[in-house]
Design a protein around this ligand. Structure first.
Ligand code: NAD
Length: 361
């Protein structure tokens, strides 16, 4: 067997433990060779979970470790770009959590640097790996909904006024609900409908103090958009849908309507979609066909574990497989930058109270 791809996990908090370390553990071609976190207690927990004992508190040291071929960045947003640039400069492949950067220019810089260095790059738009989203995107691309009319995405959770740590601080996160939750749905929009060309947006902050600490970021965001395809989109995301729950159990819906049909996705039902047919009287449930239940070649057993959780592991397989086979990974930093262009446009639209053009990536 060829030498394993050595991976450094940088930032070992919630998402590293939930998604990346279990996902990498399933990849026969990958070996986690270093863990890095600035918080010693978090690092210790990751050591216990993974059994990996080479640890760093400084990401820039971890990157240069000779066994490291690739890095996964799962830190607060503010340090994604500097860590990615250091890794790219050292010739290492990079996966970055979303949003990949604090601004569109910063995201574009990451994309350009990675392409110039010839390293593989992936943006962790994890929900692209939901079987239902993979199947929906296939059906749209094959023309099953006819001429696309509308894109709709709703992410409603009840987070109340609890402390969100770095997520409630603009200097560390850049935006609140927009980057945290709506970024994934902006990516769905691009995947299903093509590029957004212009938009008008509103961001609102209702909760000024979270867990006794000040917050300076949006709790609710909404975007109305035009797409290059001629379709329109409406996207809404909130942390303040009181009583609606959170995580996989709270509303996370995406719908497309076209001249020939409608497709509906809900993350809580990852292995089925709802289909509306022209002339039909309502939606019918359609099981996702076997070939869409995982990324081709993924070592994951689709019958094992909770399907609301396990699709996430395909994201790590995609990154490792792209490196092993010297092919582009998807979604890439180009998708991350495209999303960031929309996010920056949304912030500007809200501040200037007007429609804003979205730059082409
Ligand atoms: N793709 C998804 O579905 C998804 C889900 C959750 C979070 N995320 C993203 O993942 C990233 C991390 O989120 P999280 O929920 O795991 O946050 P977290 O706070 O649980 O973990 C972040 C970790 O980074 C560490 N850290 C901070 N600065 C560091 C530095 N300079 N060097 C090394 N370590 C550092 C912290 O100590 C912490 O342990 C964010 O960008 C977030 O938007 C993505």
């Amino acid at each position: 067997m060829a030498k394993k791809i050595g991976v450094a996990m940088i930032g070992c908090g919630g998402i590293a433990l939930a998604n990346h370390l279990p996902g990498l553990a399933l990849c026969p071609q990958a070996k986690v060779v270093a863990l890095c976190d600035s918080n010693p207690a978090t690092l210790d927990r990751a050591v216990q979970q993974s059994g990996v004992t080479t640890t760093f508190s400084d990401p820039f040291e971890a990157i240069t470790h000779p066994e490291v071929d690739a890095v996964i960045i799962a830190t607060p947003n503010v340090v994604h770009a500097p860590i990615a640039h250091a890794a790219i400069k050292a010739g290492k492949h990079v996966m970055s959590e979303k949003p990949i950067a604090m601004s569109f220019p910063e995201a574009l810089g990451m994309l350009k640097a990675a392409d110039q260095a010839g390293v593989r790059h992936l943006t962790a738009f994890t929900y692209r790996f939901v079987p239902a989203m993979r199947y929906m995107s296939h059906l749209v691309s094959k023309g099953h909904i006819g001429t696309p009319y509308h894109f709709r995405a709703q992410r409603f959770q009840d987070w109340g006024d609890r402390n969100l740590a770095w997520r409630q601080i603009k200097a560390l996160a850049a935006t609140g609900e927009l980057g945290d939750m709506l970024s994934h749905r902006i990516d769905f929009a691009h995947l299903l409908m093509g590029n957004m060309t212009r938009l008008v947006a509103r961001l609102r902050q209702y909760v000024m103090t979270r867990g006794g600490q000040p917050s300076d970021l949006d709790d609710w965001v909404s975007i109305i958009a035009d797409f290059s395809s001629g379709a329109t989109g409406v996207l809404e995301s909130t942390k303040l849908a009181t009583g609606r729950g959170e995580g996989g159990k709270s509303p996370d819906v995406c719908e497309v309507n076209g001249s020939e049909g409608t497709l509906v996705y809900q993350v809580g039902r990852p292995n089925e979609i709802q289909v509306g047919r022209k002339g039909g009287s309502g939606l019918e449930i359609v099981a996702v066909p076997e070939e869409f239940l995982k990324v081709p070649g993924s070592p994951r057993d689709v019958r094992s574990g909770d399907p609301v959780v396990t699709f996430r592991y395909d994201q790590n397989f995609e990154f490792i497989d792209a490196i092993a086979n010297d092919r582009p990974a998807s979604p890439s930093f180009a998708d991350g930058a495209r999303c960031q262009a929309v996010m920056d446009a949304a912030v500007r639209s809200d501040a200037e109270k007007k429609w804003v053009d979205v730059p082409v990536v």
